[in-house]
Design a protein around this ligand. Structure first.
Ligand SMILES: NC(=O)c1ccc[n+]([C@@H]2O[C@H](COP(=O)([O-])OP(=O)(O)OC[C@H]3O[C@@H](n4cnc5c(N)ncnc54)[C@H](O)[C@@H]3O)[C@@H](O)[C@H]2O)c1
Ligand SMILES: [Zn+2]
Length: 345
C-alpha cells in the first residue's frame, strides 16, 4: 500500500493506492471521517462487480451504506441524473455528518462530486476510482462537474475529496479499450512532466500500483500549485485542444476521450516541430508509444480544426496552446488562430 498526501492548505487529503483496498475501505474511511452513513454513488457496470464488497467493508465499521446506481456512461453527467440523486439523498435526510462516496470511473467521480459540492452547501466526499483514468487523473484535484447541452463540464465546482482510495485490483475487470484510454493520460503526464515515466512506458507496463503512484504524484504537484485552475494547471491540457476537436467531430462516439487526446498529442508535437519549438523526433516517439499501447495516432477523417476555436483557453484571436519543448517538459505557446489554422492545413 502506498500513501501520498495532497497538500492544499486547509484541505489536505491522502491518496491510498494498492491491491485489495476495497475490503479495507471502511477502516480507511473511519480514520478520516467519523460518519454513520455513506451514500455510495456508482454505475450499472460497477455496482454488480464491487458494490457489495464496498458495502460490506463499510458495515464492518458500523457505517450504514446506501447504494445509488445510475446508468453507465457520459450521459449520466446530466441534470436529470443529478436531480435523481438529490431526490434520493434528501428523502433519506442526508446531513453534513454523512459522506458521499464515488465508486466508479471519472463519470461517477464528477457526478457524485458535484452532488457532494452542492447538496446542503457541501457534504464530505470520498473517491474510490475504478478506472485507470480516474485512478491516475480525475480523482485527484477536486474538479467536479456535470455537462450541459452547450458543452462538457460547463456546470461544476471545486470540491476536494477527504480521501481517495485506488484499489488496483479493480483494473482487472476494466475493458481493454478503457485501459488504453487511461494510458493516454498517463503518457501525457510523462510527456509534460516526467521523461523517466515516458521511457518506462516505451517498454512495458505491468506494475500498475507503481504507475498510479507516479502519476498521482505528478497531478498532485500540479494541483497543489494551482488549486483553482488559474494558470499552472495549463500543462495538463497538452493534446486536449486538438483532442476536443477530434472528439467533437466524431460526435463523442467515434473516439473516446483518451483516443482523441492521443491524436491531439501527436498533432501538437508535429505542430511544435514545424514551429521549431519541439525537439525533432518527439512526434515519432509519441506515435510509437501510443501505438504500443493500442491508441490511434491519426484520425480516420481529416479533422475540422476550426472546432479548436471554441477552446476555453482562447483569448480573442489568440489560442494558448500547450506544446512540448522535449519529452518531459511542456510550455505555453500563444498563437494567432489564423496562423494556427494555416499551419494545420
Ligand atoms: N475531474 C477531472 O479532473 C477529470 C479529469 C479527466 C476526466 N474527467 C472526466 O472523466 C470522465 C471519463 O472517466 P472514465 O474514462 O473513467 O469513464 P467512465 O466513468 O465512463 O468509465 C468507463 C467505463 O468503464 C466502466 N467501468 C468503470 N470501472 C470499471 C471496472 N473496474 N471494471 C469494469 N468496468 C468498469 C464504466 O461503467 C464505464 O462504462 C469524463 O466525463 C471526463 O470529463 C474528469
Ligand atoms: Zn483528459
Amino acid at each position: 500500500m502506498r500513501r501520498l498526501r495532497v497538500n492544499i492548505p486547509g484541505r489536505e487529503y491522502e491518496l491510498v493506492i494498492g491491491a485489495g483496498l476495497l475490503r479495507s475501505a471502511g477502516a480507511l474511511l473511519r480514520d478520516v471521517i467519523p460518519c454513520k452513513r455513506a451514500f455510495v454513488v456508482t454505475d450499472g457496470n460497477v455496482a454488480p462487480l464491487y458494490g457489495e464488497t464496498l458495502c460490506a467493508a463499510l458495515r464492518n465499521e458500523r457505517i450504514e451504506p446506501s447504494l445509488l446506481t445510475v446508468p453507465p456512461g457520459e450521459g449520466s453527467k446530466s441534470q436529470a441524473v443529478l436531480f435523481g440523486l438529490y431526490d434520493k439523498m434528501l428523502e433519506a435526510q442526508i446531513t453534513r455528518g454523512d459522506v458521499i462516496i464515488a465508486l466508479g470511473g471519472g463519470v461517477i467521480g464528477d457526478l457524485a462530486g458535484y452532488a457532494a459540492a452542492t447538496l446542503l452547501r457541501g457534504i464530505p466526499f470520498v473517491q474510490i476510482p475504478t478506472t485507470l483514468l480516474s485512478q491516475t487523473d480525475s480523482s485527484v484535484g477536486g474538479k467536479v462537474a456535470i455537462n450541459h447541452p452547450h458543452g462538457k463540464n460547463l456546470i461544476g465546482a471545486f470540491h476536494q475529496p477527504k480521501l481517495v482510495i485506488a484499489d488496483t485490483d479493480t483494473l482487472k475487470t476494466l475493458p481493454l479499450r478503457e485501459l488504453a484510454c487511461g494510458l493516454a493520460e498517463v503518457i501525457k503526464h510523462g510527456a509534460i512532466a516526467d521523461a523517466g515515466l515516458f521511457s518506462l512506458l516505451e517498454e512495458d507496463v505491468s506494475d500498475y500500483a507503481g504507475l498510479i503512484d507516479r502519476n498521482c504524484d505528478i497531478k498532485r504537484r500540479v494541483v497543489e500549485a494551482d488549486e483553482f485552475d488559474t494558470g499552472g494547471r495549463f500543462v495538463l491540457n497538452f493534446g486536449h485542444t486538438f483532442g476536443h476537436a477530434v472528439e467533437a467531430q466524431g460526435g463523442f462516439s467515434r473516439y473516446n476521450h483518451g483516443e482523441a487526446v492521443a491524436i491531439g498529442m501527436v498533432t501538437a508535437a508535429v505542430l511544435g516541430e514545424k514551429l521549431g519549438v519541439t525537439t525533432s523526433g518527439t512526434a515519432e516517439r509519441l506515435r510509437r508509444v501510443l501505438t504500443l499501447h493500442g491508441l490511434p495516432v491519426s484520425s480516420d477523417e481529416a479533422p475540422d480544426w476550426s472546432l479548436t476555436l471554441t477552446d476555453k483557453k482562447r483569448d480573442g484571436d489568440t489560442l494558448r496552446l500547450v506544446l512540448l519543448k522535449e519529452i518531459g517538459e511542456a510550455i505555453l505557446y500563444p498563437i494567432d488562430v489564423n496562423k494556427l489554422l494555416e499551419l494545420l492545413k
